[in-house]
Write a protein that binds this ligand. Sequence first.
Ligand code: NAP
Length: 298
Amino acid sequence: MSAQIIDGRAVSKTILDEIRSDVATMRDKTGTVPGLVTILVGENPASVSYVTLKVRTALDLGFNEVQENVDPGISEADLLALVERYNRDESIHGILVQLPLPDHIDEKKVIYAIDPDKDVDGFHPVNVGRLMIGGDEVLFPPCTPAGIQELIVRSGVEIEGAEVVVVGRSNIVGKPIANMLLQKGPGANATVTVVHTRTRDLASHCRRADILIVAAGVPGLVKPEWIKPGACVIDVGVNRVGEKVSRKTGKKIAILRGDVDFDAAKEIAGSITPVPGGVGPMTIAMLMKNTLASCRRS
Ligand code: NAP
């Protein structure tokens, strides 16, 4: 039987609709709306397109969106001063610095300069620590892992007591999602294994998984025979494997594949995310959710 396809676009739209309605109520009651500043240094095409999407989404939700497009030659000191200006600005509840930054700027210094109470990406070490402690300590769950957790919960898959296997141990996906799902509390309480390039027998770990989360960045890494029948498979991988001409715009666009062989895996899994259209659209929705939460707290 074919798996239930977990539609990240639809779930993301539902979350954005909920946020839009909450922002309208907040504006009517208090006159305040969430404020988000997006700082873009230079014109890296991928960064420009991510930031454009974030700005468009924030404006559509009724946020006060401030866009800072900065010359790539900006000095580290000036960029730190810009971050500090928004740390002090009470109308701004979220500060987003689009990565990567030019080589002459220390990314770590810039991330560490963001007020942890406005760090809507959740990358500041204070927020990484809060995530590790869990519960009420968590202010900003990092966006992609939060999107993964939300997708699993909203698709009705039981996380409590489940065997979860996470392929990949990066700071932005593997480690935080493993940490979030092992916490004591709703949408968690799982038994989590994290595997990586030094794991001895990747396949045998994957075969045990009730929930298999793959974030390796290797197209087709997970073979269908590694999947436990009925398992929930979350494919985080986004791999460019070629180009095609868009039928809509006539422009060249990337052909994207996940880390899982989707067509074969969907005949074995109970539920599965497609690539594109699975985890990808959730990241931006969770970023907006974090900004709204920050505004409420302030
Ligand atoms: P990353 O920093 O490159 O980390 C990849 C992890 O996978 C590493 O821990 C690596 O192990 C492990 N790995 C790589 N090849 C492996 C193999 N053959 N067997 C076992 N483990 C292997 O990547 P990332 O930033 O986490 O991103 C992972 C994927 O998710 C990428 O395709 C990325 O584009 C995608 N992504 C999507 C979103 C989204 O949709 N919103 C967001 C973030 C990332 P070692 O630690 O041993 O090297």
